[in-house]
Design a protein around this ligand. Sequence first.
Ligand SMILES: [Zn+2]
Length: 150
Amino acid sequence: MKLSPDQKKVSEKMRPGVITQGGFLGDDTRLLPEIIQKDEERMEYLKTDWDMVSKVLRRFLKEGKKGLGEPITIDEKWLVKVDESRGFLPCPFGDGLHRKTTVTLKNKTNDKSLVYTALTLHLLKNHHFLQGKGSFFRLEPDTLKEVLEL
Ligand SMILES: [Zn+2]
């Protein structure tokens, strides 16, 4: 597999220290399109719908803000904590800026949890990009399914 010039540019922006300190690819040795393709296959295998996932994550982000930085319980099952810092981060695909909002989400029934940001939610929704293995903000399809119970 060879990267197109556009994919090359995007991959460069995903390296550590360009947009975020840790970058988006972790220690994954696969190329960007392959990471996306494998996660699309896994999501399909799990019968987990991208749009449904992003809709639920968006709702938790919005509802969780009402906690003003403190954890709140939603639908008696999910514990959600939203932290907001000043400033914005650009999407490495070059289509917009996102607030530095971090969401910590825990399913109280099975004790599974995940962390996402406004930017990683956008990457999931618009680019089907869940980040490379080893990246701190990597969203595993299996974890998404377990935490959200979708
Ligand atoms: Zn984007």
